[in-house]
Ligand binder design. Structure first.
Ligand code: AMP
Length: 249
């Protein structure tokens, strides 16, 4: 069975992002980029299913600039078999990403689509759900356990009150949560091998998808700066400050 995994190129999670002076977005020039962490978990899950003999081929897709090839190669070094880059320099919002992934699903006919629960740059948490709706697939979102048995996917979901387990007919969309697995590091020989794996480059027009944004970002602002803390000398001083200055007791 074929698994399709979508990986997004985002600012590396270790980088402290800076908002552009004109407030139109965050600074991307000369910033370290990486695979979105939830997408890395998606790749790892597909690789584990392949190691168990359940998945036979892993196709990894990224939509973005030419440089997103780097993230596809990283996914290949982790174990994906081939890649598709849908190259565009434009801002592509979740609905358009979902439409592109749907078009790729129509061509590739995967039994399982694994995406991250959210991309850490825009925090949308929309793509997997929209793809499932457009493709008419079931969805198991915020997965912390994924099992494939008897032609079904059994997904344990992390929900507010605890854990919910659902059974999905295949093909299905799974979105990964943090505790699903711990991604491996790519070994050097696998990084070398990944360079030779097939990578197709397409454009949104090849799939007949209009990627014009439907939502306009009005402004982006950094979070309010926290003021520096102070040391108090006694419990009495702490209580006085909480009462008279912070006014929380
Ligand atoms: P979002 O809905 O934007 O929070 O993203 C959720 C997931 O959708 C990500 O973790 C990826 O698996 C997938 N996704 C979103 N944007 C892209 C993209 N540009 N290329 C490939 N996959 C994407």
């Amino acid at each position: 069975m074929k698994a399709l995994v979508a990986v997004k190129r985002v600012v590396d999670y270790n980088v402290k992002v800076r908002v552009k002076a004109d407030k139109t977005g965050v600074e991307l020039a000369n910033v370290k980029m990486a695979i979105n962490p939830f997408c890395e978990i998606a790749v790892e899950e597909a690789v584990r299913l392949k190691e168990k003999g359940i998945v036979s081929e892993i196709v990894v897709v990224s939509i973005g600039p030419k440089e997103a090839q780097e993230q596809i190669r990283t996914a290949m070094a982790l174990g994906a078999d081939r890649g598709i880059l849908v190259e565009t320099g434009a801002e592509v919002q979740p609905l358009a990403i979902a439409k592109l992934l749907k078009a790729i699903c129509d061509q590739e006919q995967p039994q399982l689509v694994i995406v991250g629960k959210q991309a850490i740059d825009d925090d949308n948490n929309q793509t997997g759900q929209m793809l499932a709706a457009l493709a008419g697939y079931g969805q198991g979102t915020f997965a912390s356990v994924v099992k494939v048995e008897g032609g079904k996917a059994i997904v344990t979901r992390e929900i507010d009150g605890g854990l919910q387990t659902v059974e999905l007919n295949l093909p299905a969309v799974v979105t990964t949560d943090l505790r699903l697995n711990e991604p491996r590091y790519a070994a050097l020989p696998n990084i070398m091998k990944a360079k030779k794996k097939p990578l197709d480059t397409k454009t949104p027009a090849d799939y007949g998808v209009d990627v014009t944004p439907r939502v306009k970002t009005l402004k982006v602002e950094p979070p309010a700066e926290r003021s520096a803390g102070i040391k108090v000398k006694s419990v009495e001083e702490l209580v006085a400050k909480l009462k008279n200055e912070a006014k929380v007791i």
